[in-house]
Design a protein around this ligand. Structure first.
Ligand code: F6P
Length: 341
């Protein structure tokens, strides 16, 4: 068999480890693999490279993706699906492994409905894909955010300041919640629970009254105030219809400063959460996903997505996984809440 691989959407630590896992499993089973450049763009254009076990040396801990990635999908071109069909037929690809987040996997599901032999792998530092307890890249992002919070603690304490740190998380607050707990945040704000700025300021005042003059406020980039409670700029969108975020941290910091008088600073963590090496957990999970995705492709279990559930990697249907986002569990949010000032 000839397997194809693509990486789509925003990058995440562990993409290369998944590719390496696919190639190793395919090779052990006597199959070959090619990789398409820049996600579905490469499939439409037949733009690809050979992937061999030798060529994958050094990929386990390498950040980014050697294949390149874009958000381009075949439905953006009238001839997109037929161009994909022609290029897969011409190259003799029997199965296509699509590694991506919500957008890429939704498109992969649409291609499956058109009869394409696809298998999905859930990727995103946001960890918001349904039916899998973990997407790869998330654990590394949490480590990076936690380390940053730790560093902010010492400078906050030295200057008696409130530090607002904005982390990624467009629709969900997994990174903010985990890093907030791990980093000992005073308050954490996530998209799932619109915040009341009056309550946030009261929490900080209570803490200061207890003699603690430094506080950390973790804000997910998609966090929103209770409707009508604060003026927020209108949402804007990129050319792929993705909401453009960034700025809520600065807004929250400004409100805290003007309402409480506490000296407040903002850090927007941004793309360092996505760049660089995967941690040990993500190297293992990505490798496991890659091996299992190759097996699913070899089994011709098309329309399947690999998923981490109950301590093992299983196969679920892509259609079910992209049916809805996975939000922060109320049980974990309650744990985080117990420590809010
Ligand atoms: O990968 C998910 C994510 O990190 C989101 O949290 C963030 O909003 C988005 O990607 C930004 O990605 P880009 O700027 O590449 O569109």
């Amino acid at each position: 068999m000839l397997l194809g691989v693509l990486t789509g959407g925003g990058d995440a630590p562990g993409l290369n480890a998944v590719i390496r896992g696919v190639v190793r499993e395919a090779s052990v089973e006597g199959h070959e693999v090619i990789g398409f450049h820049d996600g579905w763009r490469g499939v439409m254009d037949g733009d690809h490279m050979e992937l061999t076990v030798e060529g994958c040396r050094g990929l386990l801990d390498k950040g980014g993706t050697v294949l390149g990635t874009t958000r381009i999908n075949p439905f953006m071109r009238d001839d997109g699906p037929s161009a994909c069909r022609q290029s897969l037929d011409a190259l003799g690809v029997d199965a296509l492994i699509s590694i991506g987040g919500e957008g890429t996997l939704s498109c992969t599901q649409e291609m499956y409905k058109l009869g394409f032999p696809v298998v999905g792998v859930p990727k995103t530092i946001d960890n918001d894909i349904g039916l899998t307890e973990m997407t790869f890249g998330f654990a590394t992002a949490v480590d990076i955010a936690t380390e940053a919070i730790g560093r902010l603690h010492t400078t906050a304490e030295s200057h008696d300041r409130v530090m607002v740190i904005e982390v990624m998380g467009r629709h969900v607050g997994h990174i903010a919640t985990w890093a907030g707990i791990a980093g000992g945040a005073t308050v954490t704000l996530i998209p799932e629970h619109p915040f009341d700025i009056v309550e946030v300021c009261d929490a900080l005042r209570r803490r200061h009254q207890r003699g603690k003059y430094a506080s950390i406020v973790v804000v997910a980039e998609g966090a929103k105030p209770v409707p009508g409670s604060l003026d927020v700029p209108e949402d804007t969108f990129d050319e792929f219809g993705h909401i453009r975020l960034g700025g809520i941290g600065e807004l929250v910091a400004g409100e805290i400063s003007s309402r409480t008088g506490f000296e407040t600073r903002t850090t927007v963590l941004g793309y360092v959460q996505r760049g660089g090496q995967p941690n040990a957990y993500d190297r293992v999970l990505s490798t496991w996903y890659g091996v299992e995705a190759a097996r699913a492709a070899i089994d011709e279990d098309f329309g399947a997505m690999v998923a981490y559930q109950c301590g093992t990697v299983q196969r679920v249907r892509i259609a079910d996984a992209v049916d809805g986002l996975k939000y922060v569990r109320p049980e974990l949010w309650n744990v985080a809440n117990r420590f809010f000032a």
